[in-house]
Design a protein around this ligand. Structure first.
Ligand SMILES: NC(=O)c1ccc[n+]([C@@H]2O[C@H](COP(=O)([O-])OP(=O)(O)OC[C@H]3O[C@@H](n4cnc5c(N)ncnc54)[C@H](O)[C@@H]3O)[C@@H](O)[C@H]2O)c1
Length: 294
């Protein structure tokens, strides 16, 4: 398929673009900047500019819409920017896709659910986001899926688990813990460390995008999370096993969503997708990558 990957200079965008190319798709990336990936054609543009988005979508069969203000802390500091990129930007992607008859696969997040009312959280769980990041991500998702209902757009949203893998942002807990432990500095766990996450490897996420592109399921959102729950304390202990150092505890970070178990049953039924990268292997690989210079 001829695919446009928005956010191709970012952590997940570049992983998805690279994987789709390896799977035989004809991929063009779209971002504010060129990541300089060998063999990846890029269009430089801004998601908030409909003309630029529409020109990039012309001639493409599908869009993996991954570009966003994906940094929760940045979205908290600048909600207007998060709204512009995550809401208006996604409305522009939906509009361009309707115009050019392209299918859209959207990078949503498990954080749209907010405070869990029951667990495991399935896709029927109410969404009550309470932070500029997840509020704007859900608004983008809702606009996109409304275009599927109202305008015949073929679109699906993947509510991704907290992702890890080579190239992740420097302010992620993985990078912070690994960097400190490598230098022999203590690792500080914010909170009591019992908070867990279904960390999902970027390669598994890339496989989910490929499966969603090939499917014609539309108008729905699917949880796209690894089944295994890993606590922050377990993560820190695995890193300390590799680079022995002291573990300390500090106050919780504001903006951290409460832990919740999320069901990945529906995506297994609809797309035949399950996360495959075992956590220990994914983490060891990430550490090797960091040691090799990121
Ligand atoms: N990383 C995670 O753990 C995670 C989890 C769930 C969902 N997601 C979603 O996945 C997507 C990608 O996340 P990420 O971690 O790769 O983020 P990232 O910040 O690494 O990448 C986002 C990319 O979007 C681009 N971008 C920002 N504003 C733009 C604009 N106006 N026009 C064009 N491009 C623009 C940035 O330049 C960047 O390359 C986001 O939509 C995020 O909400 C991420």
């Amino acid at each position: 398929m001829r695919v446009l990957v928005t956010g191709a200079a970012g952590f997940l965008g570049r992983t998805v673009a690279t994987h789709l190319t390896q799977q035989g798709h004809d991929v063009v990336g779209f971002d504010l900047k060129d990541p300089g990936i060998d063999g990846l054609k890029m269009r430089i543009g801004d998601l908030t500019d409909l003309d630029q988005v529409s020109q990039a979508v012309e001639g493409r069969d599908a869009i993996c819409h991954i570009g966003a203000i994906g940094d929760v802390y940045l979205a908290g500091e600048d909600p207007g920017l998060a709204a512009a990129v995550n809401v208006l930007g996604t409305a522009n992607v939906a509009e361009a896709a309707v115009r050019h008859g392209a299918r859209v696969v959207y990078a949503s997040t498990w954080e749209v659910y907010g405070e869990p009312r029951y667990q495991p959280i399935d896709e029927g769980h109410p969404c009550a986001p309470d932070h500029p990041y997840n509020i704007t991500k859900l608004a983008g998702e809702s606009l996109l899926l409304s275009a599927a209902r109202l305008r015949g757009l073929s679109a699906i949203a993947l509510r991704l688990g907290t992702a890890y893998g080579p190239g992740l942002r420097p302010n992620s807990v993985f990078r912070i813990f690994i960097d400190r432990a490598r230098r022999g500095e203590p690792i500080t766990i914010q909170g009591d460390g019992t908070q867990g996450r279904q960390f999902t490897h970027s390669l598994d996420i890339a496989r989910a995008f490929d499966a969603a592109l090939r499917s014609d399921a539309s108008g729905i959102a699917l949880n796209t999370v690894a089944e295994r729950m890993v606590t922050i304390r377990e993560l820190a202990e695995m890193i300390v096993e590799r680079f022995p150092t002291e573990l300390t505890f500090g106050p919780p970070r504001p903006g951290d969503v409460p832990p919740a178990t999320v069901s990945a049953d529906r995506i297994a039924e609809v797309l035949g997708w399950r996360a495959e990268v075992p956590f220990e292997e994914g983490l060891a690989d990430l550490i090797d990558h960091e040691l090799a210079g990121g």
